[in-house]
Write a new protein. Structure first.
Length: 347
């Protein structure tokens, strides 16, 4: 796990995450099996395709309402919903900010970035089969290209947050303020047109996540003035690093056990994430984790301060990547412009 956890953040930072991944291939043809067919076996064996594919191959043919009705009694479900008031803005997520939402021990908020994309459907299937609600931070051009998936997410009760229109490779930190604001506004409009058929003057869901977590003080101030909250993450799945679904599952469970709670970042553009999601949700249930759903509302956010000595992990990664890029440029090894940006750790 250690080598995966390090995940070559520097290198990965500059990958492209805004577009639909070419790795999204058709899944193997598996025979559907009942979801509860799992028998006691070691964890990784149990993750497992008989279980995972049972859920994903049986459910897609059912309409959302039928899936909801079919929700099993022992489903993971949503333990509580935070209806957050974003007036004046707030920023949460310990990877980037010295505060986060005040979750109880073993409470988890699931977030997915960069979609919609082909694997999104499988992720929605997995969430529906466990009656779990999540937040999707959409890339506007993907929402415009696949509005049916966005409408499905809305119909199934998920929260639609925003993640710029094109996920610029340079990140918003390297755009002019004007260009960055235009990216955000265009993204919000595209997301909300896809989700609701129209975009108003004020975002219906005033939740935003910066691509690559590359924020700026000026943009934070502007978003806050527009009553838009910024979501970072408390932990991430590193699913920008290719790995098997089994390894992906083990990695994120390991991190969750260590942190005990938090806002978790996944990418619904990633097949490895979609493939492990049914088993991941089952494991959360088995281990006593609880799902918290966030949506817009009137509750002042309850916040938990970072422990003493906190520093921003994402700022360090972004700074390192930019420095490496500058160094490579001086040595004549830089890739053609535009400069690529921290597509992640995060996003
Ligand atoms: Zn992203």
């Amino acid at each position: 796990m250690t080598k995966m956890r390090s995940a070559n953040h520097g290198e990965r930072l500059f990958g492209r995450f805004g577009a639909v991944s070419p790795i999204d291939k058709a899944e193997p043809n598996q025979e559907a099996q009942p979801r509860r067919a799992a028998v006691p076996r070691p964890l990784l064996a149990r993750l497992v395709w008989p279980v995972a594919f049972g859920a994903t191959t049986l459910l897609p043919s059912l309409p959302a309402a039928a899936r909801a009705l079919a929700c099993p009694a022992d489903a993971l479900g949503v333990s509580r919903t935070l209806e957050l008031d974003a007036r004046g803005g707030f920023q949460v997520g310990l990877k980037s900010y010295p505060q986060t939402l005040a979750l109880e021990d073993r409470e988890v908020i699931l977030t997915f970035d960069d979609g919609p994309a082909p694997p999104t459907a499988k992720i929605l299937d997995a969430l529906a089969s466990e009656c779990v609600k999540a937040t999707f931070f959409l890339v506007g051009r993907n929402a415009a290209a696949m509005p049916a998936l966005v409408r499905r997410a809305v119909a199934e009760g998920h929260t639609i947050g925003h993640h710029t229109f094109s996920h610029p490779g340079a990140t918003l930190r390297r755009l002019s303020d004007q260009a960055a604001r235009a990216e955000i506004e265009k993204g919000v409009a595209a997301d909300e047109i896809a989700a609701y058929g129209a975009a108003g003057a004020v975002p219906r869901t005033p939740f935003f996540r910066f691509p690559g977590f590359a924020d700026t003080p000026a943009l934070i101030e502007w978003l806050s003035a527009r009553n838009i909250a910024v979501f970072g993450a408390d932990l991430w799945a590193s699913d920008w690093t290719p790995m098997t679904p089994e390894a992906q599952l083990a990695l994120v469970l390991d991190r969750l056990e260590k942190d005990g709670r938090g806002i978790v970042l996944f990418h619904d553009t990633k097949q490895q994430t979609a493939l492990m999601m049914p088993a991941f949700l089952r494991e959360l249930k088995r281990r006593g984790f609880k799902i918290v759903h966030v949506k817009p509302g009137a509750e002042p956010p309850a916040l938990r301060a970072a422990p003493p000595g906190w520093t921003s992990e994402t700022d360090k990664i972004i700074t390192d990547v930019f420095a490496k890029e500058t160094h490579a440029g001086r040595k004549g090894k830089a890739k053609a412009s535009p400069p690529k940006v921290p597509a992640e750790p995060a996003n």
